[in-house]
Design a protein around this ligand. Sequence first.
Ligand SMILES: [Zn+2]
Length: 228
Amino acid sequence: MAVVSVRRIDFGYFVRPAEETGTGAARVEPCLGYVVGHPQGMILFDTGMGAHPGVDARYRPRRIGLRKALRVIGAEIADIGLAANCHLHFDHCGGNPALGSIPVFVQAAELDAARRTPDYTLPELIEGSRFEPITGQVELLPGVLLMPTPGHTDGHQSLIVRRPDGVVIVAGQSHDTATQYAADQLAWRAHRDAHGEPLPDIPNWISALQQLNPRMVYFAHDRSVWIR
Ligand SMILES: [Zn+2]
């Protein structure tokens, strides 16, 4: 098995306003992307925060652009062979227009929603991308797959990376935090063990993810990582 690396890149942070956090207080959230080093090419998962006066007023982002974020890990846009977005909200596809002709893999349902739903995202980010719409699970390169993980949006997807020491998953915004994922993963175990009701509901894709026995799960808005 070819050794495939997963590295995190930092796109800065934004402040989620109190009315969106459910806690009554504003919350500062990181915006993180991931770069997969593969013998057949580099894959970029998420591209950072787009800029717009309305978005900037609401979320007060402290942005690190795609070029600068890549430079920190010694990479540049020309090194990227393939890209993907977990979903198409403004904080996940902000650097897409800078990718030029590099193909960007998204779920067709996500692209459709982004094109049809008013205020879904920043339209200029969508128009400026060379999208490759896909449906369901697709292998991008040997051992690297995209898998639908809907919930945050209907077309949300995660990146699955098979490594010799186990599967690493980049789960984007499938959960806001590693802790929320940990709760769903444990609830899945309780369901599997027929532990008896009441048990919390969990997304139906959690089961498919657990079949991969992931060793590590990364997220877009939490620096914390879930570890088996
Ligand atoms: Zn987000």
